[in-house]
Ligand binder design. Structure first.
Ligand SMILES: *[C@@H]1O[C@H](CO)[C@@H](O)[C@H](O)[C@H]1NC(C)=O
Ligand SMILES: *[C@@H]1O[C@H](CO)[C@@H](O)[C@H](O)[C@H]1NC(C)=O
Ligand SMILES: *[C@@H]1O[C@H](CO)[C@@H](O)[C@H](O)[C@H]1NC(C)=O
Ligand SMILES: *[C@@H]1O[C@H](CO)[C@@H](O)[C@H](O)[C@H]1NC(C)=O
Ligand SMILES: *[C@@H]1O[C@H](CO)[C@@H](O)[C@H](O)[C@H]1NC(C)=O
Length: 257
């Protein structure tokens, strides 16, 4: 199911390409680049060559030549058939995973240096799913996007219009992620970019020391925790160790004054 979803993304990306030799050129290219991410010790993808990707093993096409099914289910559970454990860069941002949970397989992708699940309509609680991804340099889990909010715009007809861009922006939620604490960040020492815009940290921020795991990320350059439903004071003392930090964004939370 996971592989099928990954593929759907490629299929969407290359939707515009043209039909060649019984299969859309862009869809074939997407499958080939997907294949290049896989290690295939038992050579199950041997048939994945030639022009007509509709005839490749595991692929089914519609009557109009669109790839509609990618079935790479392992017929011999227990044996390693295909693994995607070598992937270093995974970007699933702005795909619609229709409120499903974060795929458990992600925990095993320990070679990942870049993971972008931004606004992909996941609904889950983050506890230890990412804790073994110690190679990560960039992690984007944002589930809210800052957009112009025209509903809040009021125009004065008598005065010279004066724009304050800040007040015309609001967050729109795509999916719902929450995290009851941030301890899972402790081992991710290589992180440079951490974006969690819109992830609900209301539970985490009930604890006075909630930001301490972040302080162990000494390479951090950018940290976005805006619109996270964080209450209490900004834990500046817990962030002082982040000497490389150049962007800290904690807008739209519920700070005490
Ligand atoms: C994640 O992807 C979105 C676009 O899909 C992009 O705007 C964002 O910058 C990416 N995040 C990171 C940390 O690269
Ligand atoms: C993760 O990898 C281990 C060892 O390779 C395997 O036993 C386990 O089933 C994998 N878990 C998932 C969720 O893919
Ligand atoms: C992380 O790795 C450890 C040791 O290999 C393993 O016991 C644990 O289950 C892994 N955690 C996840 C969430 O996969
Ligand atoms: C913010 O957190 C409170 C609990 O502290 C909860 O009742 C509320 O639903 C949360 N709001 C959002 C938008 O997540
Ligand atoms: C800051 O770094 C020092 C030295 O590495 C460490 O002892 C201290 O606990 C760190 N502070 C926090 C808030 O993590």
């Amino acid at each position: 199911m996971w592989l099928k979803k990954v593929f759907l993304i490629f299929a969407t990306l290359f939707y515009h390409f043209s039909l060649v030799g019984g299969c859309y050129e862009g869809e074939r290219a997407a499958l080939m680049s997907f294949k290049s991410l896989l290690t295939d010790p038992s050579n199950r993808l041997a048939s994945w060559k030639g022009e007509n990707c509709c005839s490749w093993k595991g692929i089914e096409c519609s009557s109009s030549g669109r790839v509609v099914v990618v079935n790479l289910r392992n017929p011999h559970p227990g044996e390693v058939m295909i693994s995607i454990n070598q992937i270093q860069h995974l970007d699933l941002s702005f795909n619609n995973f229709v409120f499903s949970k974060l795929p458990v397989e992600i925990s095993n992708l320990t070679k990942l240096t870049y993971l972008n699940l931004s606004n992909a309509m996941f609904q889950d609680s983050i506890d230890m799913q990412f804790s073994n991804l110690t190679s990560l340099r960039s992690l984007d889990l944002s589930c809210a996007n800052l957009v112009p909010d025209f509903s809040s715009v009021s125009v004065s007809l008598t005065l010279q219009p004066k724009l304050d861009v800040g007040s015309f922006l609001s967050f729109i939620s795509y999916g719902y992620l929450s995290s009851p604490n941030l301890r899972w960040l402790e081992g991710l020492r290589n992180l440079r970019y951490l974006v969690m815009t819109g992830v609900d940290l209301s539970k985490a921020s009930e604890s006075f020391h909630w930001a301490e795991p972040v302080s162990s990320l000494s390479n951090l350059i950018l940290l976005r925790l805006s619109n996270c439903n964080i209450s209490g004071r900004i834990p500046i003392g817990q962030l002082l160790n982040l000497t490389s930090l150049s962007v800290l964004d904690m807008r739209s939370n519920i700070h005490d004054t």
